[in-house]
Design a protein around this ligand. Sequence first.
Ligand code: 5GP
Ligand code: MN
Length: 341
Amino acid sequence: MGLDIRVSKLEGILAAAKKAVVVSHHSPDGDAVGSTVACGLYLAQRGVAVTLVLPGAMPDNLNFLSPAEHPILIHENTPEAVEAAIAAADTIICLDFSGLSRTEYLEQPLRESRAVKVLIDHHASQETEPFAEVIATREVSSASELLFWILMRMSDVAGDAKRLPIRCLEALYTGMMTDTNNFANSVFPSTFEMASALIAAGVDKARLYQQIFNVFSESRMRLMGYLLKDKMTLVPEYGAAFMVLSEAEKQSYDYRPGDSEGFVNLPLSIASVRISALFTETPEGYIRVSLRSKIGTDVNSLARDYFNGGGHVNAAGGRLHIPVDAVAAYFLDSLKKHFGR
Ligand code: 5GP
Ligand code: MN
């Protein structure tokens, strides 16, 4: 992957950095938050004045990662503070997305900033024009894993994970663990090597698992049951299953950001299902699309062609600007057009 050359360029960029912003995508998942926090804590250890930024709210179960000394700023909550930090930054590190449009309302401020921008990502292809340096590969589990291998090559770390703050190591482990669904998907030999190094350096994996996967509300569990029992629709001709979740339903189950994380994976445990889709209406009125597939079926191209998105072969997403009650027919039509028959 030519990582050594890229890391030496990054090292040059960081050597000149005084004020940095670290940012990831809207609707952040564990990899987005984990890589942002880990990168921020590393930069802080180097003496860089760093601001951690996310475009929108993050799931409650990831709040514990936000460092007390460098709390994550959410653009939707404090737009002035975030935009001031971006305008003042000389260096911006972007993590876990393939293009600035994934930052939604931050896209414009980020494009306008004259800071040196670096992208660290693990998707299929990246926007390159805004970035001084793009470090990307698909041969890793997560942006957090790629960041781990980058940090291990930095001269102040020199392959010794113990030279990184423990909170940084925990954040990296969290990003890897959540993006692989606890070692179920996208796991490479390097992923286990990373996990091994992190555990040897003091990461308490059992505590992290507990803190991330076993802290949801009763209403989230009930919502999952409701979706599976009453909302999951199978489309046997295409080996597909889909669920549509409206704003009204979310409200009746006290929905919190991140509550539906993982739901889209559940129908794949049915033998005959090879594609699963979850459509979630947002307060803004558009539909968030989440797609998953079994090995041998590509949902990345489905997301690109019909859902204004993309992602990975077996996990992709996007959005639709149609009414929630038109979603089922649109999905069926996309299956017909994309997979034929
Ligand atoms: P999720 O279903 O967990 O929200 O997203 C799965 C994957 O799809 C993400 O890791 C990301 O790569 C991709 N993805 C999700 N939403 C979008 C989107 O709006 N645009 C693009 N290009 N990719 C997305
Ligand atoms: Mn990721």
